[in-house]
Design a protein around this ligand. Structure first.
Ligand code: ARG
Ligand code: ZN
Length: 877
């Protein structure tokens, strides 16, 4: 069943207060709910409408309305709802249900992870806990009592402040009260034998907030990084947005079995262990940065999501796009801004552009869905954040802040829409954002083609922009977008010329505004033909087409004043070089290394004035997945071979330089204690980049270096990089030994074992599919744990291009089998796992048929979850 935005209706009833009591037992849980319900005053009608409460997989035991027991003849229950006919405008409804968290494998609602009870309610999990108006525009004050066995569950947590507790025999209880009204999706409960690290934060108004991070005992030494990140986030939100925390306590709980990254439940964030635990010996630099980013993301939701929430789930990007923008700016402020931008754009181009070009393409504010869980997408999150970033660019820092201040002030305590957000920004700045809002309603990635012409007689330089957005499902035609293009014109010395616009068009600072399908801008007083640097800092989520010559790209790589565009020039150069070899490979011609690319790399390696992080970013060739995305028809074997060939040639030809960098940086790593700071991370990334090239040279001396790094590093960043290189090397016995040693060293640390699975799933050597199948039987693997599924099955299907796309179709068949296995067990994970199969249109006819056949096989299975059904169905249209 499809749900449409245009059908939105305000709720007939509101719930002012919600009083819950949970009795947790090993074989069942009782949930007693007392709901203070009244008619919605905004909805007038003479008759009292029916009350339809959402509820799924609940065993209804009693219904009491205003202290009168309601006979089962007077209500109806089906597998999705409980319907009653009230006879008063306001009343108290009490229900008791029995549920089974102990057998809940979907990890939605109340469930068990290891020995603890925990919850995940967003988007529609609360209805699996009790009968309720499970929609975000119903906001209520919650009081929650949890009762459980004292021995097994000494810690009992819910949202807000603990207001009472007690004990009776071997059971104890605690009552929590949340003073802020909230939608049910922000409800949380945790019960378990947990340890915590405590700290505190003093807010800008000198209120002391108690901070606690709860983990299972064995993880207690892995929370410092998250705690520091939390305090930095709290300070940053005060400084940058003027947002202060509002409760006396803020808690994070780490759980091993979690469908997503983390969840912003009011005052009680619940995290996937992978997004909170980190220490140098077990977590890579990337993992440390992910922890910092996710801690910030969930914390920032306290304002962008909780204090001001979404009216309905079509508005999901209201909180997610905005909050991703906030967390990425936070990370940029804490680390290297340019590197963060490069990482975000590379991710967007690889994953979101592919989604936007596929069968699941949707605008950041979708107008229809079947299963909302399927819409927690890179489009809603990452493209959503890009749309907010464009608003920030258009309004400027101060104007944007004025807008968000008005938004928070106007809508505090409300459930609102994306329109409300844009209106607050527009009102605060007295500007018209009507056309800009097309970004909210139109899907697809616009292409922006740019043509230049220079007139030396008039000293005028013209840029003509043509925008075009390809059709997406149910959207044939698109209206022109507002595209802010941040730019510069470089003279021969690589300096930015002053921008002087004459004639039509808008230029604000260094940003020109494209608003039409085709538009020409004329710049005056341009003394020589410049090299344009366009879309600096990736100022809009579009595909920019400009016929740069190789020399232009080399020039921009060295001279552009915008770090992002220096990197982008290096990527364009590499893409061209790889694509030429793809053609050679397909034609059976010998492949050759472009000398321009080699020269560019040599000069990067030779320039000691450059930021090491930038050098590492510029030396990494575009990922295979991105090369797939930009192909008309993707040839996995050719892409892999061409990219690998170029890596190999660069390694051979620049070996000396790589070795110098490797040894210099490795020496520093051995001297300095690990720190997850931008400069240390930069150094290690250049070191590991150099190592990965060196390992292609088949030099036994390099093997020695790699083995040394594997055995004698004090941090996972170096150790895992070494392991990855060994696994992809031809040194069979060293590789097997390293895998055995690594497993033994970390057998007790599930998050490290996830890395061990992923490295093997991504292996380019040998029969990786057979290895993945074998690893699924490994003692450390379980399909019930989403992190395990993602690190083995997900990593193989998403990142092992040649393994997954092998011509036999065995990779596709394997993935479809796993989707079917997970379909009933955990529909959200099953549906996510499907993504690579949905991209079948990208490949050659033969592969298309094989991939489609697997989608059809899934479609034909019985009892498909709505999650899987929606994705398969849309993929086959
Ligand atoms: N709101 C969470 C976050 O972005 C994600 C929750 C996702 N839940 C889901 N069922 N898909 O931080
Ligand atoms: Zn979020």
């Amino acid at each position: 069943k499809t749900i449409y935005l245009k059908d939105y209706q305000a709720p007939d009833y509101l719930i002012d207060e919600t009083h819950l009591k949970f009795e947790l037992f090993e074989n069942f849980t009782m949930v007693h709910a007392e709901l203070h319900i009244r008619r919605n005053p905004d909805k007038q009608s003479d008759e009292l409408p029916e009350l339809v409460l959402d509820g799924q997989e609940l065993e209804l035991l009693t219904v009491v309305m205003d202290n009168v027991v309601i006979n089962s003849n007077s209500y109806t229950v089906d597998d999705k709802s409980l319907t009653l006919q009230p006879n008063k405008n306001s009343f108290i409804l009490k229900t008791t249900v029995r549920i089974h968290p102990e057998t809940n494998t979907a990890l939605e609602g109340l469930y068990k992870s290891n020995t603890m009870f925990c919850t995940q309610c967003e988007a529609e999990g609360f209805r699996k806990i009790t009968y309720y108006l499970d929609r975000p525009d119903v906001m209520s004050k919650f009081t929650t009592t949890i009762e459980a066995d004292q021995q097994s569950y000494p810690i009992l947590l819910s949202n807000g402040n603990q207001i009472a507790s007690g004990q009776e025999d071997d059971r104890h209880w605690a009552t929590w009260q949340d003073p802020f009204k909230k939608p049910a999706y922000l409800f949380a409960l945790v019960a378990g034998d947990l340890w915590c690290v405590e700290d505190s934060f003093t807010t800008m108004n000198q209120r002391k907030v108690d901070l606690r991070i709860y983990v299972e005992p064995e993880n207690i030494n892995k929370v410092n990084h998250a705690m520091t990140s939390l305090k930095n986030s709290m300070r940053w939100d005060e400084e940058v947005y003027g947002r202060e925390y509002d409760l006396d306590i803020f808690m994070i709980v780490a759980v091993s079995d979690f469908n997503m990254g983390a969840m912003e439940n009011k005052g009680l964030n619940i995290f996937n262990t992978s997004c909170v635990l980190a220490r140098p010996e077990t977590a890579t630099d990337m993992a440390h940065q992910r922890v910092e980013g996710v801690v910030a993301h969930e914390y920032f939701h306290n304002w962008s999501g909780n204090r001001v929430t979404c009216r309905d789930w079509f508005q999901l990007s209201l909180k997610e796009g905005f909050t991703v923008f906030r967390d990425s700016e936070f990370t940029a402020d804490m680390n290297s801004r340019t590197v963060k931008r490069i990482e975000d754009v590379a991710f967007l181009r690889t994953h979101q552009f592919a989604e936007d070009a596929g069968p699941m393409a949707h605008p950041i504010r979708p107008d229809a869905y079947m299963e909302i869980s399927n819409f927690y997408t890179v489009t809603i999150y990452e493209k959503g954040a890009e749309i907010i970033r464009m608003l920030h660019t258009l309004l400027g820092k101060e104007g944007f802040r004025k807008g968000t201040d008005l938004y928070f002030e106007r809508h505090d305590g409300q459930a609102v829409t994306c329109d409300d957000f844009v209106k607050a920004l527009a009102d605060a700045n007295a500007i018209d954002l009507t056309q800009f809002k097309r970004w909210y309603s139109q899907a697809g990635t616009p292409q922006l083609e740019v043509l230049e012409s220079y007139d030396s007689a008039t000293k005028q330089y013209h840029l003509t922009f043509k925008q075009f957005c390809p059709p997406t499902p149910n959207q044939e035609e698109k209206q022109p977008f507002v595209i802010p293009v941040k730019m510069g014109l470089l003279n021969k010395q690589g300096q930015d010329l002053p921008l002087q616009l004459v004639g039509e068009g808008t230029l604000v600072g260094d940003v020109i505004l494209i608003t039409e399908a085709e538009q020409t801008f004329t710049f005056a007083n341009v003394g020589e033909k410049p090299v344009p640097s366009l879309l600096r800092d990736f100022s809009a989520p579009v595909k920019l087409k400009f016929a740069y010559s190789k020399d232009d790209l080399l020039f921009l790589m060295q001279h552009d004043n915008d770090g992002f565009n220096r990197w982008d020039a290096s990527q364009r150069l590499a893409i061209e070089a790889i694509q030429q070899q793809v053609v050679n490979y397909q034609a059976g011609n010998p492949m050759v290394l472009d000398s321009g690319l080699e020269k560019a790399y040599a000069s990067l390696l030779a320039d000691s004035s450059l930021d090491q992080a930038m050098v590492a970013e510029m030396l990494s060739l575009p990922a295979e997945n991105y090369l797939v995305e930009i192909s008309e028809v993707a040839d996995p074997d050719a892409i892999h071979a061409a990219r690998q060939f170029i890596r190999q040639q660069l390694a051979n030809n620049l070996k000396g330089q790589f070795l110098t960098h490797y040894q210099a940086n490795r020496a520093v790593s051995q001297q300095e204690a690990y720190r997850a700071t931008a400069d240390h991370i930069a150094r290690r990334s250049l070191q590991n980049m150099a190592l990965s090239y060196l390992m292609l040279t088949d030099d036994p001396q390099v093997l020695t270096l790699c083995l040394d790094q594997f055995k004698h590093s004090d941090n996972m960043t170096e150790q895992l990089a070494a392991l990855t290189n060994l696994v992809n090397s031809p040194y069979e016995s060293e590789k097997q030994q390293a895998l055995v040693d690594f497993y033994e060293q970390f057998a007790n640390d599930p998050l490290v074992i996830d890395q061990w699975f992923a490295v093997q799933a991504n292996s380019q050597a040998g029969d990786s599919l057979a290895r993945v199948v074998e690893l699924m039987k490994h003692e450390a693997f379980t399909i019930k744990n989403p992190n395990k599924v993602r690190s083995l099955i997900g990593a193989f299907a998403n990142n092992n291009l040649t393994g997954f796309h092998q011509k036999t179709g065995a990779g596709y068949q394997f993935l479809a089998d796993q989707v079917l296995a997970l379909n009933t067990m955990n529909p959200q994970i099953a549906s996510r796992l499907l993504t690579p199969l949905t991209r079948w249109r990208k490949y050659d006819e033969e592969r298309q048929q094989l991939m489609k056949a697997e989608l059809e096989r899934i479609m034909a299975a019985d009892k498909l979850s709505s999650d899987v059904y929606e994705v398969v169905n849309k993929s086959l249209v």
